[in-house]
Design a protein around this ligand. Sequence first.
Ligand code: ZN
Length: 153
Amino acid sequence: MMFTKLIKKEILQRLVDAAVQASANAFHPITPAGVGAAVLTTEDEIFSGCNVQTTISGLGVCAEQCAIYHAVANGKYDYKAVAVYFPSKKFIKPCGVCLQLINEFAQVVNKDIIIVMINNQKKVRFTSVNNELRDAYGPRTSGRDLSAYVKNK
Ligand SMILES: [Zn+2]
């Protein structure tokens, strides 16, 4: 799949900027990395998020989850892409939990979702949730078609 053809250049730039800006607001007293993420809806709306860490194990949230919950809180469930900015030279993929969450929404609307990895030089690399979690467990494998649920919201 040619991911770059699926997102207009100026929209991609806005998505990258939103993820990078959100990282500045990350609450990360435990680790040095402030991570930012941004969700692009099929209507080209952008919702950002950042990682939030707590001293209680398991209570924090990844930036990608925060961005998805931000979109959900605004009534948006149909996503074209999820971008994640990790301040390192390497391109870092979402963790397994975030991939599973992205996969849930991909299966809800029965579409692949592009994953945009942004490094500390603001360069981008693409993959997709279907590439990363082929045949993963989700709503459809458990026999649930949630597309009607989303349409009726
Ligand atoms: Zn994660």
